[in-house]
Write a protein that binds this ligand. Structure first.
Ligand code: AMP
Length: 382
């Protein structure tokens, strides 16, 4: 049975980055209160939330005190220890449930879940020692990608291995940690489906996204993805199966490869709103953040209809290397929306904000969003 949390209720968010910030914006717009917990202060989420609690994620006393002051808990960051989620769940409803996070935050559990349940993914082996790595490389063949089992995102803790000679350096490169070795996928493109399930088990998905990465970090998303309808249908059916099998209440993103030859392979699951779904904020009737709120509060899901084709481009800290970006130049593109996350320190590779262009078609949106991002680059005068 779902209990509806009405406006005025307080939602606790574990994590305090841009995903929590956009969730808090959506929640406050609908009259909800938001508390956030993370080890940092003056955070992207904290700047928008009603209350910002500074504590370590594994400080169970602080986590319990946080949970006791809210009506429900969700998270915006995968690497919250699942014991902390369980500590919250003993006090208030937590969505998605701890088990979903537990599966998605560890690559071995994630890939084992996928392959056991018949969801397509690249061949992989669990690796706990250099000996196992050598055996895995022989079994699945090279090239392959070595990825740490836990706490990896945006390509952190990853090494490409092209030959047996490269194995020692790759093993050292990931610090000899528990890992998976995964077949290198020769892909045509990368796609993602952001989807949601409510407390009644009803499923809704946003239009398929086409994603390009730079240095393993998402760079540009086009939506709807310009692929054959057959591919889009299959991708959505895979996502539906995953959300249903995991019994997700909330938002989950399924990242996939479209292999040359047309086969879809699941790469990763993110049990929360996702960078590739940021376009929904401006382009869809309901954003992925509002959808998360609706699921957490026991409300029906909103329409995922996309009102206009969109392209999203991330703004990384690198853009600040030569000085403050020229915001007024991007503002000269009337079809481009500027989102900044309130982060004071611009480090290379750090996600500082994004731009979304809304146009008559995705190709035009892509061109415009890239032009707007280029226009932001600081120019030396003279
Ligand atoms: P991940 O952290 O697993 O999402 O990987 C980040 C990016 O690295 C992906 O979006 C791909 O661009 C690339 N990548 C990861 N795994 C593979 C693979 N098995 N084959 C080819 N490219 C990969």
């Amino acid at each position: 049975m779902s209990r509806i949390l009405p406006p005025g209720s307080t939602i606790g968010v574990l994590g305090s980055g841009q995903l929590g910030r956009m969730f808090a914006i959506a929640a406050r717009r609908m009259g909800y209160r938001v508390h956030t917990l993370s080890p940092d202060e003056d955070t992207p989420t904290g700047q928008v939330a009603d209350v910002e609690v500074r504590a370590a994620y594994d400080d169970l006393d602080a986590v319990r005190a946080f949970a006791s002051r809210v009506d429900a808990v969700t998270f915006e960051f995968e690497n919250v220890p699942s014991q902390s989620i369980e500590a919250c769940a003993a006090l208030v409803p937590v969505h998605p449930r701890a088990e979903v996070l537990h599966t998605a935050q560890h690559r071995v559990r994630e890939k084992t879940f996928l392959s056991k349940n018949g969801f397509p993914c690249a061949d992989f082996r669990h690796v706990r020692s250099f000996g196992e790595l050598e055996a895995a490389a022989r079994e699945i063949g090279l090239p392959a990608v070595l990825k740490t089992a836990g706490f990896g995102y945006d390509g952190k803790g990853q090494r490409m291995v092209r030959s047996m000679e490269e194995l020692p350096a790759a093993w050292q490169g990931i610090g000899g940690a528990e890992a998976v070795l995964e077949r290198f996928v020769d892909f045509e493109c990368e796609l993602s489906v952001v989807a949601a399930r409510d407390q009644q088990g009803r499923f809704a998905h946003f239009p398929l996204c086409l994603n390009t990465h730079s240095r393993h970090i998402l760079d540009v998303t086009l939506a709807p993805a310009p692929v054959e309808p057959r591919v889009a249908q299959q991708a959505v059916e895979i996502a539906r199966g995953i959300l249903e099998t995991l019994d997700v209440v909330g938002v989950l993103c399924v990242e996939m490869f479209l292999e040359r030859g047309g086969r879809l392979l699941v790469n990763e699951l993110a049990p929360r709103p996702h960078n590739s779904g940021h376009y929904t904020f401006d382009a869809c009737v309901t954003s992925q953040f509002e959808q998360q709120l609706r699921a957490v509060c026991g409300l029906p899901l909103g329409s995922t209809e996309q009102m206009r084709p969109a392209a999203m481009a991330n703004l990384l800290g690198d853009l600040w290397a030569e000085g403050e970006p020229q915001w007024h130049r991007a503002a000269e593109f009337p079809e481009v929306k500027i989102h900044l996350y309130g982060k004071s320190e611009a480090r290379p590779g750090r996600k500082m904000g994004h731009l979304t262009a809304l146009c008559a078609g995705v190709e035009e949106a892509r061109r415009r969003v890239l032009e707007a991002r280029e226009a932001l680059r600081p120019r030396r005068s003279g």
